[in-house]
Design a protein around this ligand. Sequence first.
Ligand SMILES: NC(=O)c1ccc[n+]([C@@H]2O[C@H](COP(=O)([O-])OP(=O)(O)OC[C@H]3O[C@@H](n4cnc5c(N)ncnc54)[C@H](O)[C@@H]3O)[C@@H](O)[C@H]2O)c1
Length: 378
Amino acid sequence: MQRKIERILVTGGAGFIGSAFIRFALPLCQKIVNLDLLTYAGNLRLLEDLANHPSYRFVQGDINDQPLVESLLKEEGLDAIVHFAAETHVDRSIASARPFLEANVLGTVALLEALRKFPSIHFHHVSTDEVYGSLGESGVFCEESLYCPNSPYSASKAASDHFVRAFAHTYGLSTTLSHCSNNFGAGQFSEKFIPKTLSQCLAGEPLSIYGTGKNVRDWLYVDDHLEAIWAILHKGERGESYNIGGGSELSNLAMAHRLMDLLAEQTGVGIETYRSLIRFVSDRPGHDFRYAIDASKIEKTLGWRPRVGLDEGLRETIRFYIDFFKDQSAIGLNSCNVPSDKVSSVGETGKYSTELHEFKPIADQSIACFAKRTNPAL
Ligand SMILES: NC(=O)c1ccc[n+]([C@@H]2O[C@H](COP(=O)([O-])OP(=O)(O)OC[C@H]3O[C@@H](n4cnc5c(N)ncnc54)[C@H](O)[C@@H]3O)[C@@H](O)[C@H]2O)c1
């Protein structure tokens, strides 16, 4: 079965994955409406070059604003919602869980309530492998794995998954759901592991790694995630969920070393110089040890496979961030779009420090380079 999807409401389209999805999908659609609140993580300059595109509309607003969502669904004659909007940083959820409840759970419920008036619109919910909790040295998460979320972030994503399922079952809504492993690529907010590692290396500042650095993540290049979502959106079975992973498992320390090796290739700085920046700090409370994904369902049923190798994707990501962090005098991305009440405050929690870094402005040239990478027509 192939769903006809030409007009999409994307929530959280000013974030890392949502903005990449819009860039990917816009040439393939008649209309994309991007509904984003522009929290500290929203970054409209990632889509600056598309601002006047005739098929694109940006609306600054909260997914919790159900009348706004309903008016968009009515005005724009949409076929689908692809729901990315969320609070996404685990450390921030440990410091304060409520914003995660409000955005991730209540926000998703508000969208689902709005959809009850438009039952022909398909809803794709972008979730995370973190809802399954943590693995030991072996094993993988499959779609039947039990939910066992360990952080307030993953608990809020798990709760939102359950509401999606319940609304599909109770009200007959057309939904699909995906659980993806850790993404990397251009445009990720600088508090996350890969941009943070690159920023510290480029600035020659100490790089904090939680615990012993042995926690393992399964990394996927963001473009591969977009293709998986596109496949599910069009061909995914109604009511089904799909796990998406890159099969590239690395400990945090191994990932830091890999980034340093590849960064050294591009900057000419010695690898040992970068490695000497590493400091091990008190572990994140409740830190999940390992995530790994069995993606055989989406591979067998929808023919999706990751196409971008780890090093290829990392090299591309590093090129982006070298430009990104180069021009500190460029106009800050978020200076005009951060409602202060939406910025989660994160500080010391006991022995553990969240080690968040200030937002670093983006260089214009890196936006241009990013735009060309994802849309050769530009
Ligand atoms: N980044 C990853 O590795 C990863 C992996 C698996 C799943 N996911 C999921 O993918 C989605 C996108 O992740 P990301 O890394 O791009 O996140 P992000 O933090 O970069 O972006 C989130 C976006 O949502 C917007 N937003 C937040 N609350 C909102 C609200 N109430 N109303 C409207 N907009 C709001 C923000 O302004 C921001 O633009 C999330 O749902 C996340 O759980 C992410």
